[in-house]
Write a protein that binds this ligand. Structure first.
Ligand SMILES: N[C@@H](CCC(=O)N[C@@H](CS)C(=O)NCC(=O)O)C(=O)O
Length: 194
């Protein structure tokens, strides 16, 4: 399958999940003019125009990070239990990070006012505190075993400094543990961020 990506963007979560699960993949970067590294028009592949975008072997296109991560987990049988509370907590955390954190990064990625940035910082600090509380002493966010939620959380925390919001200690320690994983090191290196 092909993963369309920008280096260091939220597609890093899917990239880490692909490596962790051992599924075979090909990375295809998007150029500034919205052509793809393999010479196609990206908007004709995904009219939403954003990554992550996953192209399956049969040409099916999947979009939305939560769905792509769930697909990788289902396809590999890894990083998401088939049933039980850990499964639902992982999916819940993905939805929370997507709607309550990722969307609040917009003011820092684009040219928003200082007031909008301040509001976003408040929301981010609250959301980080909730995640730190949820993690407690566990190795990963919802369990001592890694799930797809951790792949996304890694990216969410990696870019947090752009917002100027300080991470709670538990999340800072998690970031350090994740950075030390071979899958994360490999994904960063493959995106030229070694
Ligand atoms: N709803 C999408 C949002 C994805 C998203 O915001 N992707 C960003 C990178 S982190 C992007 O492609 N931005 C490029 C653009 O908006 O032109 C998801 O959850 O997958």
């Amino acid at each position: 399958m092909n993963l369309f990506y920008y280096p260091g963007a939220c597609s890093l979560a899917d990239h880490i999940a692909l490596i962790e699960t051992g599924l075979s993949y090909r990375l295809i970067a998007i150029n500034h003019d919205r052509t793809t590294q393999d010479g196609r028009d990206f908007l004709s592949i995904n009219p939403k125009g954003y990554i992550p975008t996953l192209e399956l072997e049969d040409g099916t296109i999947l979009t939305e990070n939560q769905v792509i991560l769930a697909y990788i987990a289902e396809k590999s049988g890894k990083l998401l239990p088939k049933d039980g509370v850990v499964r639902w907590r992982a999916l819940e955390a993905l939805a929370f990070m997507s709607s309550e954190i990722h969307s609040r990064y917009n003011p820092f990625f684009r040219n928003f006012s200082e007031l909008e940035k301040e509001r976003a910082r408040e929301g981010l600090a609250q959301a980080f505190a909730i995640l730190a509380d949820q993690m407690g002493d566990k190795k990963f966010l919802v369990s001592d075993e890694m799930t797809i939620a951790d792949c996304y959380l890694f990216w969410v925390l990696m870019v947090a400094p752009r917002s100027g919001v300080e991470l709670p200690e538990a999340l800072g320690r998690f970031l350090g543990r994740m950075r030390a994983l071979p899958s994360v090191t490999q994904a960063l290196a493959e995106e030229g961020l070694g």
